[in-house]
Design a protein around this ligand. Structure first.
Ligand code: TYD
Ligand code: MG
Length: 454
């Protein structure tokens, strides 16, 4: 008899026939756990032996009206959802414990309920009194949200069937427990079964469901990644400890652009929307200093200015340090290599630290040129002129590639009082009154112009 794969990674859901310390699927350590398989062995009869009912086929050209959407009135949330809540959609909101998921969703529940959606909030983690206390603290005690505390999935589905709300929030999916699945709540099988039942219910009955999922570091509780493929929309709620702002990021959205972000600030009275995040991320900036550069980025459909800070210092170690916060370490290594190979500027024997200020995470290749500028500015100990933003992608050859949405970046920079922008030549050239655009054709030219000969 063939061996069944009964070990599962609780982070990514990959299945294995034996235990190991590190998951080959996602590279996480200590996430492989043994699970009872859902069914033992293949079904005795093949599906083809019994007739099913034929499918109704349609053309691709059949007109489909765009889904009607409900706005919560929280712009930062509505934009990340792709322009409001789509009926019968399944949404996963993941994030570290304590980051503010329950707070965000209680506020969202209240706003959706106030816009006329029948909204149910089901907590499997907190007692009803705790949720009510939070609602009072948030000034939402009068919102027409229906509240229940339950972890038994069967009871929840029965309630949803009877109540037929437009929106049900399940906080959290890891506390839900299906009595037909023989494993502990929080295990990969339980989390998958619960998410499967709830998303199915959403589609069948036209109820939107929002599932909360804790990101976990230990293997005993399944992480939200194991259900990402089942839902329509995956949002992650992120933030750094010690910073009060939070970012809601769409990483998958069947009803809107992925990469869209919403910015919030955690206050004593819940989450406040930050409608001008560039101002927030630049607020701690003082006078221009070596190693500090402002990158004009785009997050989803919105421009966002962030400060990059670099520190370059002689290393006491045999192996110099490369430390990055908020950007990709591999990409930093690439830029250091290009600076060395194409411009003859070595970083050997130097420790390099790069930090995206304010705890923001950026992933755009368009930040390359800003990173290079921060590194050079730190290495040469020269500050770039104030009121300058930089953006552009660097290729391995040292050529610069224009970044998308140049106009939007320039407009945002101008709005925040910047007067100069440095960007790759090529791409669209619009005239932007009030901001001087300095074009750089390649990295060598850029280095020569702004940092002498390097
Ligand atoms: P919570 O929403 O419970 O996090 P999660 O559901 O992601 O685990 O948020 C918990 C933190 O937020 C907690 O440390 C207290 C803080 N908080 C505020 O600062 N202000 C508030 O108004 C609320 C409700 C919570
Ligand atoms: Mg919570």
């Amino acid at each position: 008899m063939a061996k069944t794969k009964s070990f599962t990674c609780s982070s990514c859901g990959a299945a294995f026939s034996k235990w190991s310390g590190r998951c080959d699927g996602c590279g996480e350590w200590n996430t492989i756990v043994q699970e009872t398989p859902l069914s033992s062995g293949p079904p005795s009869k093949s599906l083809g032996q019994k007739r099913g009912s034929p499918l109704i086929l349609s053309d691709l050209s059949t007109e489909e009206a765009p889904p009607p959407r409900t706005l919560s009135g929280m712009d930062e949330l509505d934009r990340v959802l792709g322009g409001g809540l789509v009926p019968a959609s399944a949404i996963l909101v993941g994030g570290d414990p304590g980051i503010g998921k329950s707070t965000l969703l209680l506020q969202a529940a209240a706003r959706f309920a106030q816009s006329g959606l029948k909204t149910l909030y089901i907590s499997g983690e907190e007692a009803a009194a705790q949720v009510r206390m939070r609602a009072q603290r948030l000034g939402l005690a009068d919102a027409p949200v229906k509240l229940a505390t339950e972890t038994n999935l069967r009871n929840i589905l029965t309630t949803l069937e009877a109540e037929r709300p437009a929106l049900a929030i399940i906080d959290s999916i890891q506390t839900m427990w299906a009595d037909n699945v023989e494993s502990a709540p929080g295990s990969v099988s339980q989390v998958r079964a619960a998410a499967h039942e709830l998303t199915n219910f959403a589609k069948r009955r036209g109820v939107s469901v929002i599932l909360v999922g804790h990101v976990t570091k230990e293997g005993q509780i399944a992480g939200p990644r194991v259900i990402e493929h089942m839902v329509d929309t995956v949002l992650y709620f992120e933030g750094e400890r010690g910073h009060q702002f939070r970012i809601l990021r769409a990483v998958k959205n069947r009803f809107g652009p992925a990469d869209e972000i919403g910015v919030f600030e955690m206050t004593g009275r819940g989450l406040a929307e930050v409608s001008n995040p560039s101002a927030l991320f630049l607020s701690e900036r003082g006078t221009p200093s070596p190693g500090s550069v402002v990158f004009a980025g785009i997050e989803g459909t919105r421009p966002l200015l962030v400060e990059l800070q670099a520190l370059v210092a002689p290393t006491p170690h045999a192996q110099p340090r490369r430390s990055v916060i908020g950007w990709d370490g591999g990409r930093l290594a690439m830029i250091l290599a290009v600076l060395e190979a194409r411009c003859g500027i070595p970083f050997a024997g130097l420790d390099v630290y790069l930090n995206v200020a304010g705890g923001m995470k950026i992933s755009e290749p368009a930040a390359d040129l800003a990173v290079a500028a921060a590194l050079l500015s730190a290495r040469e100990d020269v500050a770039l002129p104030a009121e300058t933003v930089i953006f552009g992608e660097i290729s391995l050859s040292g050529a610069l590639r224009p970044a998308p949405q140049t106009e939007n970046r320039l407009k945002e920079a101008q709005k925040l009082g910047f007067t100069t922008a440095i960007a790759p030549a090529g791409g669209k050239t619009g005239t932007n009154k009030g901001i001087t655009l300095t074009r750089a054709s390649d990295l060598t030219g850029f280095v020569g112009e702004h940092f002498g000969s390097g």
